[in-house]
Design a protein around this ligand. Sequence first.
Ligand SMILES: [Zn+2]
Ligand SMILES: [Zn+2]
Length: 146
Amino acid sequence: MNCPRCNDVALDEKSLKDIDIDHCPECKGLWLDLREMDQLEDNAMNEDEKKGMMEYARRESNISCPKCHEVMETFNYRANDLPIDHCRNQHGYWLDEGEEKKILAVMKQRVQDLKRSSSAEESWSAFLESGGARSFLTKVKDLFTG
Ligand SMILES: [Zn+2]
Ligand SMILES: [Zn+2]
């Protein structure tokens, strides 16, 4: 699979624990398939948190899917000013350099919001009991250092 930005540069696969991520050695962008994105999110928030909050301000992207080569769609991640490109045929997500760190920061912020919100107290403790916080933070650390 080639980088959608650099075209003839092949993506490297790098493994972060149980998540395999394709990464461009040239522009440092990241390709996550849907499952990989879910795995990251599963560690950051529960089902209620995930529902209906994912995509805002959809518009046509300026890059094409590395799998099917169709023009991708850009949206703003969770209403934050953070554009992500995704394939309309559900092949995955493209994150430019640094965007994955911002996503993780957004996820982390949501976890902190949960912690502060007393109405979400139960889901927060369920999240902690599931070991979610620990593995999520491990993945954040891996992304930052890997
Ligand atoms: Zn690239
Ligand atoms: Zn595609």
